[in-house]
Write a protein that binds this ligand. Structure first.
Ligand code: AKG
Ligand code: FE2
Length: 310
């Protein structure tokens, strides 16, 4: 590979191409993460010190504030650009948000099951569009860690060798697949390389957009908080660039898994947005949070240094 990247080392670039993920440590400070968590607990109306108040074990909160990654976590921004083939390919601005995904004890009452094809909840992200091999809507999948994420503490399970099976399914369906049309159990049955995405507050996992993943059990019952902001591309991916060295690492991973030097792909149906059920559910949660916060609402978003909008 020979190129130089801003943040990624050669070995990390190779790991992304071969195994579909890389973890970039220390993208923002622990102090910032801790302030964000204080705001989160106020929004939830739970007492962090009193697990008896944690009614729901898994919560995907709505986004109240957004902030530009380039300002908030420049190292994460640079790593994302390394992976998608340069800043000019990213649809800007790229925002992160406070739409926290909280695991306070998912299946804590059950014995630990290491990740396998039999784990519940495997899915591909991108519930908002028709998926093609070259789809630009989700150029990368990211897991931003707002708390430490420990072994058996509610990490995300990653099927790191799912890029190949998903890519083959998309080659076989040039007309695209709606989010509900992926045969996920069959796809994950082809996988063998399962990873528990543990790390520290401030770390970011960058995953290939075709990586299947699932929420893990949290036996420790120590609060685990992440966000999973997608990054969108300006143009669809391209697997037969005139100059092959211009293939991004994300495109190379697809070619590598398909065993191809290049591949010409033309979608056989129009690109299409889908409105996920999640949107209506989160709108209702947002109203609940705003009612709970009342006056304090105006003070939120401070953890991102005031760079909030929308
Ligand atoms: O909770 C997790 O670890 C994963 C969440 C996730 O994949 C999702 O919400 O799409
Ligand atoms: Fe997901």
């Amino acid at each position: 590979m020979g190129e130089k990247y801003e943040v990624l080392g050669e070995e990390e670039a190779r790991q992304f191409v071969e195994r579909g993920f890389v973890r970039v440590e220390g993208c923002f400070g622990r102090d910032v993460a801790e302030r964000a968590m204080e705001e989160m607990w106020s929004r939830l109306g739970y007492d962090p010190a009193d697990p008896s108040t944690w009614t729901e074990k898994r919560i995907h909160m709505p986004s109240l504030n957004r902030f530009q990654v380039k300002d908030f976590a420049p190292k994460a921004w640079a790593a994302a650009c390394d992976l998608v083939g340069g800043e000019e390919r990213v649809k800007r601005p790229w925002f992160w948000s406070d739409g926290f995904i909280v695991n306070l004890g998912v299946r804590a009452d059950q014995a630990w099951q290491p990740p396998s094809a039999a784990s519940p909840g495997w899915h591909k992200d991108g519930d908002f569009f028709r998926h093609f091999l070259d789809s630009p809507e989700q150029g990368l999948l990211t897991l931003v860690l707002w708390t430490d994420v420990l072994h058996q503490g509610g990490a995300t399970f990653v099927a790191s060798d799912s890029v190949g099976p998903v890519a083959r399914a998309l080659v076989e369906h040039p007309g695209g697949l709606l989010p509900s049309e992926f045969d996920v159990p069959a796809l994950v049955a082809e996988c063998h390389d399962f990873v528990e995405a543990t790390g520290h507050a401030g770390d970011v996992y960058f995953l290939h957009p075709f990586v299947l993943h699932a929420t893990a059990q949290n036996l420790l019952r120590r609060p685990r908080v992440i966000t999973n902001p997608p990054i969108s591309l300006v143009e669809p991916m391209c697997f037969d660039r005139e100059r092959p060295e211009e293939h991004s690492l994300v495109e190379r991973a697809v070619l590598h898994q398909l065993g191809r030097e290049r591949l010409s792909f033309v979608p056989a149906a129009p690109r299409e947005n889908v409105v996920p059920e999640r949107v209506a559910r989160q709108e209702e949660m947002r109203r609940g949070e705003e009612a709970r916060l009342g006056q304090r609402f105006a003070a939120l978003g401070s953890f991102a240094g005031g760079r909030t909008s929308g």
